[in-house]
Write a protein that binds this ligand. Structure first.
Ligand SMILES: NC(=O)c1ccc[n+]([C@@H]2O[C@H](COP(=O)([O-])OP(=O)(O)OC[C@H]3O[C@@H](n4cnc5c(N)ncnc54)[C@H](OP(=O)(O)O)[C@@H]3O)[C@@H](O)[C@H]2O)c1
Length: 237
């Protein structure tokens, strides 16, 4: 065969393979980790009996996740600001078979940092522990950069960044005080990695959330491994 034809065929095949890989990654919402976790990770049924707190559970992703976890036998703490919608989600879970004692609705605003510790205490008083905190509550925003009032920036940072950070700290402190552990999940956004047009406040708040929690968790993970490596009896501090 003509060598130039061979080169042409190889290059064409390469272009096709690379295009397919790119399309595949795009179809996964650019999240390979999630794809592999879904394929090869632990099954959701392993969460049966776990106490899971979902913030922003009155609609959207949080509401859907609540029903999924309810079906899989979790004890649920659901929170948001709109009491009627949250009550509705709670009643839907109960009508799907979740015992009333296994679901607690907490109505509070993520911006109201002062009430966070009271909410954590209520959750612990009800279930004795928190196994998983899903920081999902969030608000979006769209406007040209120069049209945004600073009060919008402030509100978005409080809801999307400082609220989850503060709540996470309180739960981590509880685990530390009770020598227990659990998992923290954070719902961010591609906007928090790549940015999005006409969403400066939202994009910045999600970037900040990534930086503040990601770095800290990596540090904890590495410290944990180091501590285990050096001496299994040393407590993580
Ligand atoms: N949908 C998407 O395409 C998408 C894409 C990327 C990332 N996300 C992220 O996914 C998460 C959920 O979004 P979603 O699309 O499901 O939106 P959604 O339907 O608007 O739900 C947002 C939830 O957050 C709660 N919330 C908002 N402000 C709050 C506050 N100040 N205090 C307490 N709770 C508050 C809302 O409840 P109340 O209104 O009752 O307070 C609601 O339950 C957000 O963090 C969002 O940034 C979504």
């Amino acid at each position: 065969m003509d060598p130039s034809l061979i080169i042409f065929l190889i290059l064409t095949s390469l272009v096709i393979v690379i295009t397919l890989i790119i399309l595949f990654i795009i179809s996964l919402d650019s999240d390979l980790t999630l794809y592999f976790a879904e394929k090869f990770g632990k099954s959701i049924s392993g969460l049966k009996g776990k106490v899971v707190w979902i913030t922003g559970a009155s609609s959207g992703i949080g509401e859907s996740l609540t029903y999924l976890l309810a079906k899989n036998g979790c004890k649920l703490i659901i929170s948001a600001t709109t009491k009627d919608r949250l009550d509705n989600v709670r009643l839907n879970c109960i009508s799907e078979g979740v015992p009333e004692k296994d679901i607690l609705a907490l109505v509070f605003d993520m911006k109201d940092f002062k009430v966070h510790s009271e909410m954590v205490e209520k959750a612990i008083k009800t279930f004795g522990r928190i196994d998983v905190l899903v920081n999902n509550a969030g608000r979006s925003q769209r406007a040209s950069f120069n049209e945004i009032d600073v009060s919008v920036d402030e509100e978005l940072y409080k809801i999307n960044t400082l609220g989850p950070v503060n709540l996470t700290r309180l739960v981590l402190k509880h685990w530390e005080q009770t020598d227990s552990a659990g998992a923290i999940a954070v719902v961010t956004s591609v906007a928090g990695k790549l940015g999005a047009p006409f969403s400066a406040s939202y994009t910045a708040s999600k970037h900040a959330l990534h930086v503040q929690l990601n770095r800290e968790f990596w540090k904890m993970l590495i410290l944990d491994k180091l501590v285990k490596l050096l001496d299994g009896n040393i407590q993580r501090k």
